[in-house]
Each structure stands twice: as C-alpha cells, then as structure tokens.
Design a binder for this molecule. Structure first.
Ligand SMILES: Nc1nc2c(ncn2[C@@H]2O[C@H](COP(=O)(O)OP(=O)(O)OP(=O)(O)O)[C@@H](O)[C@H]2O)c(=O)[nH]1
Length: 389
C-alpha cells in the first residue's frame, strides 16, 4: 500500500452565524425542568423503578421536541456545512480549551486564538488530508453546557455533532475531571451515544395485534410491564418487541425513539505542558484518550493518527481489466462497506450496469474471487468491476 505520510490541513470558509433561536421552547423547558425535579426527588429503589422509567420516557420525548431541527432550528445559517470529504470530525469542548490553537497548528494559518473565553464564534470546516482521506474537521463553538436545555447556540452545535462520523472531545488537562462528565451528559441528553452500539433489540411498529413481547436473555432491569407502559406513553399499541440483550430502561427508550446517533468519540487532553508527568501518565492510560499540547507541539501526529484509526475507514483500489491497480488513487470508504458501496463511490450509474466484481486481497477466499454486490470489502482490497454488456 502506498501511504502518504504526515498530513496537511486547509481552512475552509469561515461562516458567520446569526442566532436563530426562536423561543417557543419555554413551555417544553418548563416541562423538562418539572420532570427532572421529580426524578431527582424520587428515591431509586425497586418500588419506584417503574415510575422512574416512565418519567425518563417522558423526559426523552420532550428533549426530542426541543431539539427537533425541523421545529426548533433554522436551517442553513452558518452551521449548515455541507458534508463533504470522506469523513467528518466534530471538535467539541468548553471555551478556551485550545480548539482554535489546535486548528491553527494543523493548518499553519493564523486565526485569532485569544486568552479569553468565547473566541470561536464560527464553525470552521478545516480539512486534514491523511492516508489519502479527506477528513473534515469542524470547530464548534465552545458553548455547549446547557445545550440540551436549548440554551444559547449549543443546540446548533449539537445538530452538527450529530452528523459527525467521530466526535473529538477536547479537554483542558489543567481543569477538573467534571468537564468530561458535563460534556458527556450534554451529548447523552440530546440523543448522542458515545462509544456504544445500538442495543440489540428488534422493534417494529405494527398496524394491529397488540404488543408482542419476547426476550432471548434474562433481563435484570427492564420488565415486560415497563415495556408496555413506555410504549403506551408513546401511543404505540401494536408492535413487536424482541429483546436480545440485557438492556436498561433508557436503552429501550432509545430503541423506541429510534433517532439516536451512535458515534465513536475520542478524548483529547490539551495543555499537558502545564501538568505533572504523573498526571499526564494517568490521563494517557484512559481508553480512547490522547494527551497533547498544541502550544508545545506535543503528540500532534499521534492525535491525527488516532482520529484516522477511530474513523474506521478503509482504503481499496480499483483496477481496469488487463491493467495494474491504481495504487496512487484508491477509494476511501467506511469499514463494513460492500462492493455496492464501492460502485457508488466510483460512479452512481455503475450499480445498474454491474455484472460481477473480481476481488484480490484480504476479503477474497482466493485471488481473484468473483463476487456480487453484497460482498464485504476489506482494507487494501483490489477490485475490478465487470459491467454487463
Ligand atoms: N499552556 C497551554 N496553553 C494553551 C495550549 N493550547 C492553547 N492554549 C491557550 O489557551 C487559550 C485558549 O485557546 P483557544 O485556542 O483560543 O481556545 P478555544 O477552545 O478555541 O476557545 P473558544 O474559542 O473560546 O472556544 C489561549 O490563551 C492559548 O494560548 C497548550 O497546549 N498549553
């Protein structure tokens, strides 16, 4: 495989933002506050578990209403950055953690990083070129706390974060660990699930027949009664529920709502130049974590490498009949892609003309293997598409 070493980065256009917050949200906010108050007042035990489950279901419903972009946010204002490039990384962090400085370091261009808070007022799509992939890096305003309650510009930030392939949570190594928890809680509240998989549940709304409930494993928190009540609360009276893993009430609500985003996240601690070696060592041992210093240029290459790894991208090469593969070009696709995805990446009309493909490489049982559209490809595969005449 031909590897491009290092990375380059370019600035995209800076786009100004007007604050598009309409505020018909106050009613919902009050309801959310009431429910949150009730949840905090309710003691957690076997007897209240069920009641809490229902409250959580209600809470999730209102939060969705609050964040539904169709109802609450105006599209196309500043944040509506086209999803271009091969992958998109959302940079999220509190003010002054060093986001602008990081972008500047990776881009080598000047933008106004200041020693005061709230300097990043725009969403800058920057582009990192690494291993042949275009990675779009979005610098989102560091105003995120309270976003789930619809405060400030945070809601737009969340909407962009939901479209990302990877979330990069940037933290200040000199500050307390609560910043990480706060950000995680905010993302959680708006339906972004970090570093987890969609729960293994089959859920289908039907037109009749009531609720059919089955579980293929022992459930330790969720009960059939609770499932019935949650569904009732969402006005779902006919559905098939097959639970294949021991999930919680929250996870079941996620399944019912169906609009959760499961995104990989990495944590990056900046300003390690200002903490002790012992502290750095401890942080660096946490999973999915990169420790670095933008200002001192420490560990920046490792950060880009980690971004690349966590994006789960594959590179495959195409070849024409009788010719050598184009190892300079290559296509960047997501892992789990099939020959059909590859065809789409080459040209959108190719699937219609597809006869079969020949594959050389890790995904092939023998070289070459003749495969159909549903064949899963692997990194570094070489693919020759044969068209129908
Ligand atoms: N010690 C130290 N300071 C840093 C480092 N990186 C950035 N800073 C400082 O932190 C301050 C804030 O940096 P910015 O890059 O403006 O932070 P930001 O996250 O973009 O801030 P907002 O625009 O407010 O969201 C600046 O004074 C930087 O010089 C670092 O690695 N070490």
């Amino acid at each position: 495989m031909v590897r491009k070493s290092g990375h380059t980065m370019q600035h995209g256009t800076r786009q100004g933002i007007r604050n598009p917050l309409p505020d018909a949200t106050t009613g919902i906010l009050e309801k959310i506050a009431d429910i949150e108050k009730e949840i905090s007042k309710t003691q957690k035990n076997k007897a209240t578990e069920y009641h809490l489950g229902l409250l959580k279901a209600k809470l999730a419903k209102y939060r969705v209403q609050l964040l539904d972009p169709g109802k609450t946010a105006v599209k196309g204002e500043g944040f509506d950055v086209m999803k271009s490039g091969d992958a998109r990384v959302a940079l999220i962090g509190f003010p002054s953690v060093g986001k602008s400085t990081l972008l500047n370091k990776l881009t080598n261009t000047h933008s106004e990083a200041c020693a005061y808070e709230f300097t990043t007022l725009t969403c800058i799509p920057g582009k990192i070129e690494y291993n042949g992939a275009n990675i779009q890096l979005l610098d989102l305003p560091g105003i995120i706390e309270g976003a789930a309650q619809g405060k400030g510009r945070g809601r737009q930030v969340i909407a962009v974060a939901r479209t990302a392939d990877l979330v990069m949570i940037m933290l200040d190594a000199t500050k307390s660990a609560t910043q990480k928890e706060l950000l995680e809680a905010e993302l959680e509240a708006v339906g972004i699930r970090l570093n987890t998989q969609r729960p293994n549940v089959y859920f289908k709304i039907k037109t009749g027949g009531g609720i059919s409930f089955n579980a293929t494993c022992k459930l330790t928190t969720l009960t059939e009664k609770m499932v019935h009540h949650i569904l009732h609360d969402y006005r779902i009276f006919n559905a098939e529920v097959l639970i294949r893993e021991d999930i919680t009430v929250d996870e079941f609500i996620d399944v019912v709502l169906g609009n959760r985003k499961y995104i990989q996240a990495i944590y990056c601690y900046n300003k390690i130049d200002s903490i002790t070696i012992e502290q750095i060592d401890e942080l660096a041992r946490t999973p999915k974590t990169v420790v670095m210093s933008c200002e001192m240029d420490l560990n920046m290459d490792y950060l880009v490498e980690t971004i690349w790894k966590n994006l789960n991208l594959l590179r495959v090469y195409t070849k024409k009949r009788g010719e050598y593969p184009d190892f300079e070009g290559g296509l960047i696709i997501r892992s789990g892609s099939t020959i059909e995805h590859v065809c789409h990446a080459i040209h959108r009309s190719l699937v219609a003309e597809f006869k079969y493909a020949l594959v050389w490489g890790r995904s092939a049982k023998h070289n070459p293997q003749r495969v159909g559209l549903s064949h899963l490809v692997e990194n570094d595969d070489v693919i020759q598409v044969v068209k129908r005449r």
